[in-house]
Design a protein around this ligand. Sequence first.
Ligand SMILES: *Cc1c(COP(=O)(O)O)cnc(C)c1O
Length: 361
Amino acid sequence: MARAYNFNAGPAAIPLEVLQQAQEQFVDYHGAGMSIMEMSHRSALYEDVNNEAQSLMRELFGIPNNYKVMFLQGGASTQFAMLPMNLLREGQPAAYVHTGAWADKAIKEAKLIGETVIAASTADDKFMRVPSLSEIVVPANASYLHLTSNETIGGTQFQEFPDTGNIPLIADMSSDILSRPVDVSKFGVIYAGAQKNLGPSGVTVVIMREDLAQGSPKSIPAMFRYETHAKAKSLYNTPPSFSVYMVSLVLKWIKAKGGVAQMEQYNRDKTKLIYDAIDGSGGFYKGCADAKSRSVMNITFRLGSEELENQFVKESEQQGFVGLKGHRDVGGLRASTYNAVPLESCQALAQFMKDFQQRNG
Ligand SMILES: *Cc1c(COP(=O)(O)O)cnc(C)c1O
């Protein structure tokens, strides 16, 4: 079987070992005579999966005890709405750092719920950088500050996070969660759709400080209240059980690889191969993001013409590469190098880039 060199942005690569393990357990999960998808979410076997996924998440990400770990549905996009519904208070604006396409979507949803302010924006630089911490201005009465730790489409990433004191810091980490160690205690909420770095689509991880998960306004329907899910250990209604199970396997895989600090080193090694190919090309390839803001997860770059970019995509596909076309909103090329993308794929891509340049440079 030939596995593709998968650089998809999301849904994205899942470790081969995880897929094989799921395949082994697919028809008969732990001798139950049925698959995990066919059993009650109230069964002991599924409760173990749910508990294990939560505790591995805590262990690997160093989540303090006063935080809840929830597995919700509706993707990160639903969090764009749920967060202001639950946490945006009257007379206390929600502050947002505007760094690109995903931040923009989060801001638009919050505006439907209440007052918002832009704490910093890099629109003037076409979102090709993240702001420095000193550029971020948060009103003293803000309900929270929201930022996007990694802009999946533009290819920028925060390397450090602001200290917001008593104001909860909220981060959309959909495209870089568990790619590097993070001091979770600096955050009120961290959330991520699973389909980039954690497994398949269908489940969203929400890590929330306990005090924030309490006291959701009573006017919000049950499914949209964090309180509901926190109290029920993410078993209020039928959970996306197969997706949670897959996340638990991915977490075990990360643990076996040595944990999140190891992942970071591995990711930096992978990314360096491709950024070096860009920087060493004498201008044939041009990186999109400012050097200091470059993402370790999504590498965006361009060629001299759109025609040449199309040719790059076409030839890459012929050689077994998938997902290198940039997002339709920004064009160009993009390689997503999430945790599960093997070093070998990045070596192959760097080599392909050099060969392509030689043929066309
Ligand atoms: C993919 C992505 C989202 C959207 O996730 P869905 O699960 O499709 O709603 C939000 N934020 C970021 C940073 C993303 O990369």
